[in-house]
Design a protein around this ligand. Sequence first.
Ligand SMILES: [Zn+2]
Length: 219
Amino acid sequence: MSIYSKIKRLLLIFYPAKCINCGEVIENKNPFCENCSKKFPPTRRLRYIEVNNKKIKCISAFHYGDKIREAICDFKFRDRKNYAGFFAASISEVLLPEDEVKKFNYITSVPLSKQRYKERGYNQAELVAKDLCERIDIEYNEILEKIKDNKTQHTLNLEERKVNVKGVYATSKRFDLRGKNVIICDDIITTGNTLSECVKMLMDSGCENILCLTTADAS
Ligand SMILES: [Zn+2]
């Protein structure tokens, strides 16, 4: 972790957590106070990403906008790791019986590069997935690896984004994924290129069914 992150972490101890919406001082495990939580309830958002001519379901708990965007940014960049439980609970709330979550063997997350992980000190998608695995009773495993550094997706245009994720991820050799059903967790789905590439890697390793779960959908 960089000195800058350490200082930031220290400062957070002295600055009380506040509700992102109204500013009320609250416990720092939730971005909103009790009242404001009701104004930003999780709402199921469903879309499909197409990989190898197969439609893969992607479910999100929020639209990526307004205060949710702020909460996610705080979670990712301002060390609000404690929000993981809030986001995981929100995702589990929008899952339906038709999603057949129980049939999945593993839950995993979209990995960060080693460099980014070092800088941030944690992978936000991993924290949510690890909290979620207990709520939906599915084993968490680090199945995906980031084998190449790439640019941050949001700095690129649509065409560049597609190219930017190619060959960046791989599945870990520690798992025999043939015939397995895997859930991939990420924080935001925008164009879906990152998740598509991860799904492709899982398919190439023999995964049978794949489901994507994200905190927010930016479309
Ligand atoms: Zn509030």
